[in-house]
Design a binder for this molecule. Sequence first.
Ligand code: ANZ
Ligand code: ZN
Length: 816
Amino acid sequence: MSEYDPQALQAKWQQRWEEQDPFRASEDAADTRERRYLLDMFPYPSGDLHMGHAEAFGLGDVVARYWFQKGYNVLHPIGWDSFGLPAENAAIKRNAHPAEWTYANIETQAASFKRYAISFDWSRRLHTSDAEYYKWTQWLFIRFFERGLAYRKGGLVNWCPNDQTVLANEQVVAGRCERCGAEVVRRELTQWYFKITDYAQRLLDDMEQLQGGWPDRVLAMQNNWIGRSTGADVQFEIEGRDEPVTVYTTRPDTLYGATFFVAAVDSALADEICDDEHREAFEAYRSEVAKLSDIERLSTEKEKTGVFLGRYAINPVNGERIPVWAADYVLSDYGHGAIMAVPAHDQRDLDFARTFNLPVKVVVHTGLADPGETGIATPGEGELVNSGTLDGLSKTEAIAKIIEVLEERGTGTATVNFRLRDWLLSRQRFWGTPIPIIHCPDCGEVPVPDDQLPVTLPDVRGEALAPKGISPLAGATEWVNVECPKCGGAAQRDTDTMDTFVDSSWYYLRYTDPTYEDGPFDVEKVREWGPIDQYVGGVEHAVLHLLYSRFFTKVLYDMGMVGFTEPFTRLLNQGQVINQGKAMSKSLGNGVDLGQQIDAFGVDAVRLTMVFAGPPEDDIDWADVSPAASQKFLARAFRVFAEVTSGPGVSFEDGDLELRKFTHRTVDEVTKLVESHRFNVAVARMMELTSAIRKAIDSGPGAADPAVREGAQALAVMLSLAAPYTSEEGWERMGRSGSVFHAGWPVAEPALLVQDSVTCVVQVAGKVRDRLEVSPDISEGDLLELALASEKVRALVPGEPRKVIVRAPKLVNIVP
Ligand code: ANZ
Ligand code: ZN
């Protein structure tokens, strides 16, 4: 193998690494090395690894391998998020069990990960669909249930008509199912929820800990999703109803401008207060709306619709009678499901008012034209008018004052509201964690006793899994019918399974000891390893997995099981791999197959291309990068390693000073670049070092010079982060024993980083007039200033020069 042959290197080293198992985290108590925990979001086993995996895991591996080189005790585990719909759909199609497809794909992916040389600790592998894992998902569910954090309620839920299952709000993207893209409809169902809303404020507050460690955009997305707003709850009497009705408003200052009242058409309130005369129209309208998605309901484009309910509400501040309407733009599950409408200052209310000819009353003078005429609401700052004692106040002053008044009279209070809803976790599908609850006609919801966990899935396969709107588990009568654990009477198991996001909300804790039998995780070990120092994954999880995991961690903290409140200290969101400017897709025919790329260019070239393409957060357009060029570079580095002729014991101090300085400067820079995740620039520096060594071999001190060995060794270690096969082979060729992976990160000697000065020639009209000693990295501006300040130059160029040419650091030419 004197020529660079990536496929041969892969065959050779993959086998050796399999034997050596080089990346085990140490649990030895005597091992005092600092611990670091790096985690890539675990994969879903759909088919083989793809380009997206290659990028995400390739970038994470740069950090992990850097930490190994730095001598940390690194935990870098891998497992599979292996429950979920695609397995079930494949099983229906092939008349098989979802486990067959799932575990076959896991094996395929595991083999590909090994070939792709990610530095995993393979001894910690876990699969969320293993009974020994989901036993603990169930155990956690029961703990949440006992704390009142898992509960069942009826209500309108998001329903995917294609997958025949409910979805959490987080899984509805622009009105469509996050998984299959079908338009989501609403259905009335009784379902299990996690009370994530109890943690809304803490989910916001603790983001403080994540500042700087997480991308700003992810924090902003979570912030928006949680959607905290401050305002007031205001009580309105409804004529002929005993109890007042509460509305939530962020603008209590506009109370005098409320000219009508709206209840969500699908709310119990609307149904209750509609009078006989209007009932027919109301019910017809309600069934029309039931067909719409939330997105359609809230669309500002859509013509406003609604019906008058025949009743009046009383404005608590001025006693005015205002008509009560039902409409779809008010949602039943936000605030209190009813609003006071202030058309002058809220656009949706104004659109509605104009559609139904309702009055518009300006109560904040903003200096803008009358909304009743322009059709443009004025929500901004201004001075209160037509508002009794509030007149003359600013918006902020008026909000404070009116809240005071309302509280005094007992008709309102200051309130904080969150847009976040509870997490709907039941799924009417088979391939998931069974909900460990037994429904007893006498005792109600009874958790399965801990010593009877796990509740394993019954054997259902093929056609029996086809979606029917109820869980396939309901058909497994023997499994469903059980004795009530409390009273012994006839009872039935819950037949829904959990959202797979429950499985992935705690897996990072289990890696610390994936076979632990006394709990979901070993509390001691989590204390030693947690929280995760660096998490790597796609931004598509910004409000799903990342929010749920943060919630779980806080609950576990409250249970005394973990000592931290945030699971992921730092988060890296890699970009996407796209092709020809577009996301890869079957319909566009622009997919790129990872296996083919590896066959054509070798693992290292593909990995290096991923790392070199640009900043890790940016998308990589595969049409713009060149794995062939990466391969060429690796061949050049390989030849350098192969040509080193001085022995391993040689003293570097005797080496060529210029090359030594170059090497140490590169080490210094690459270290900083890797630390700050500018991996692409780090690769560029390694390429420059490779050229410098090449030059030293060919036209400098020659291959036998100790500086050549020093540079080549440093290069091999640094390059091992992105190109493990080439580096490992190079290391062996240079006669080094042991793996390059644990060779230790090179350390730059400060003495070799000091830059000497360079001589700069200063010309006036092309003739040399002066020489200056300057720093080699002087800026053009500074250099010109120095040159113009030279006495010899000033004598010849008294005024403004006509023209200057600056070539820092070596030349300045001035034309007087
Ligand atoms: C009167 C008002 C006047 C409002 C005004 C706004 C501007 P955020 O900020 O999202 O919390 N609202 C309350 N409950 C609603 C529901 N169930 N469905 C639809 N809209 C609802 O929004 C709070 C504002 O949204 C509330 O303040 C209310 O309209 C409306 F010049 O009350 B406001
Ligand atoms: Zn019972």
